[in-house]
Design a protein around this ligand. Sequence first.
Ligand code: FHN
Length: 431
Amino acid sequence: MGLFEERAKRTEWFLEARFGMFIHWGLYAIPARGEWVKSNEKITAEDYDSYFEEFNPVRYNPKEWAKLAKEAGMKYAVLTTKHHDGFCLFDSAYTDYKSTNTKCKRDLVREYVEAFREEGIKIGFYYSLLDWHHPDYPHYGDRQHPMRDEESFKGAEHNWKNYVEYFHNQVRELLTNYGKIDIMWFDFSYDNERLKGTEFEHMSGETWKAKELVTMMRELQPDIVIDNRLGGDARKEEPDLHAGDFVSPECMMPDGDALDVLGRSIPWELCLTLNENWGYVRNKAWEYKSVENVIHMLVECVSKNGNMLINVGPNAKGEIPKESIGILREVGEWMKGNSDSIYGCGKSELEKPEWGRYTQRGNMLYAHIYDRRVGAFRFPGLEGKVKKVRFLEDGSELRLVRPWNGEDHKKDAFVELENAKLYDERDTVIE
Ligand code: FHN
């Protein structure tokens, strides 16, 4: 079986799941100005480590996080085990910069795994390839990120081989000490010939020794699904070994499905924030996406054969912001009556209709009708084929009405919406 077929088999559950929770959490929740605060504000290691001394999430209860994910209809979760600042939320034998050495003395990853596994939610680990704490990762005086200062990078003292060995060892720990792990979500590489000879070149699959890493991972967890941010090219007829099992854009696929050079569909997942930030920020309620917007984007991802991983950023006490909780609970209400049009669904062979989107599973077609202006509408390409239309939520009938010109409605599948509320009822099933 080639890598393309292996990838297809490995991602069967992933394409069924469609909807996951991203969780960005760490020391940066204390400054509460986003997960890049150390780099953006050029905070020195000494000043940033005061957050390490202070970190004590006394209200961290991942069982509550897991229940929220379940309530929202999410089938998998991805927690930052280490972000760019290098702080490890797990008890690593390779560093002292870890949660078990903070006041809380807890292996935060282990508690996350146990809580989400108990809710039957697939377990994902995010792991940053960048590391602004490790002595052998390129540093620049008060600058924390190699992409900011080419000159000082070339002179910096660091032993790249040591750093690569360090992070390979940590990945081995994560895939050995916490049971079955379903997703490994690396972040991020620049695998691009253009970058050879620049300060970026160390951020590539080759220098991460990504192929060796993936080989090791597959020995430890043969079924694990890996993202494409280790580098490599997922679009090749025979994808690169380290190109991962799914493509992870941070903006919506504009033209639909992710395709390889042969036009074959590649699993993809849109990752995005619920507000404006990945890490905790004291966002104002109006900086959050609306429930309608979140549902729209989930449907759009699925209508284009994609998944959606939407982020929560817990605060320094270990709580998910109330605004995030409220939105995800309402999305969950919609999912209760409409998840048949999401789980395991994908792109329809029909053109996108003007009034919304189609998702399809087998011969079951789902019409997600967003356009408030229509009272009756047709299903282009289905003229004369529509036998019945039902509201997914309650099974109630949508009447097929005679078109204005009196022609036999069987020829033109017009459907009249009767006082349908948006979302709760307009997601319909067409047979
Ligand atoms: O730099 C990170 C960022 O903090 C965040 O983790 C996102 C999530 O996809 N990934 C990188 C930016 O692409």
